[in-house]
Write a protein that binds this ligand. Structure first.
Ligand SMILES: Cc1cc2nc3c(=O)[nH]c(=O)nc-3n(C[C@H](O)[C@H](O)[C@H](O)COP(=O)(O)O)c2cc1C
Length: 201
């Protein structure tokens, strides 16, 4: 089957892309709004894209009423944000934090999450998250009125005790159980892993 995307309705393109390009990592972004309300929301059009410079990318569309996502508004205002990485124990809170709520209410309060001061940026990290990437905006790229990409420079990584070996900097498979986004409310774990034979250069 061949499908030319230009000939498909936008919703069908979305369904195809989020069904095929799986699993996607989840960037769970935390910010303060201008009135000091702690916001967090998940974004799975997300990835780490470079280590030199250390960069990650997020992709935003609009809220259902056509307004800019609160997260993006807070990123524009401050040029900073925190991307937290969701794992099995925080999956439920992450999912609930995606519900659209008014800007005066906090997803942290709704889900029982703890906003903890970050080290290098003015936004909070999610205290319960497995790991958090403190980022400053490197550049924003708009694609029409409904899509904006934010590329961020990762300034600092914070991780829950036991996840990063302090000497080798290896990530512990035993202690880090990230989840991936499939589509809609469907997720996957990363528990089944395998090695292929052969040395990589
Ligand atoms: C797992 C998951 C991934 C999501 N990925 C994205 C995404 O990549 N881009 C986006 O604009 N919205 C995405 N959303 C929807 C946002 O989380 C949702 O619009 C949220 O209410 C935004 O909150 P805010 O307005 O407080 O920023 C995703 C939702 C879920 C559950």
């Amino acid at each position: 089957m061949d499908l030319q995307l230009a000939r498909l309705p936008v919703l069908e393109r979305y369904k195809l892309l989020v069904g095929l390009v799986i699993p996607r990592p989840i960037g769970w972004v935390s910010t303060w709004n201008e009135n000091g309300v702690a916001n967090c929301a998940p974004f799975s059009f997300f990835n780490a894209i470079s280590e030199e410079p250390p960069l990650c990318i997020l992709s935003f569309n609009l809220r259902s009423d056509g307004a800019m996502k609160h997260t993006l508004k807070n990123i524009h205002r401050t040029g900073e944000y925190v991307v937290n990485l969701a794992d099995e124990v925080t999956a439920n809170a992450m999912h609930i934090s995606s519900y659209e709520i008014p800007e005066t209410e906090s997803e942290f309060a709704k889900t029982g999450l703890t906003p903890v001061p970050a080290t290098m940026v003015k936004h909070p990290r999610i205290g319960e998250a497995a790991a958090s990437l403190e980022c400053k905006v490197e550049r924003c790229i708009e694609f029409g009125p409904e899509r904006e990409l934010v590329i961020g420079e990762i300034l600092l990584i914070h991780a829950r005790e036991g996840i990063i070996d302090p000497v080798s900097k290896r990530i512990s498979e035993e202690h880090y159980h990230p989840i991936g986004r499939l589509f809609a409310s469907r997720y996957c774990t990363t528990r089944e892993r395998f090695d292929l034979p052969g040395e990589l250069p």
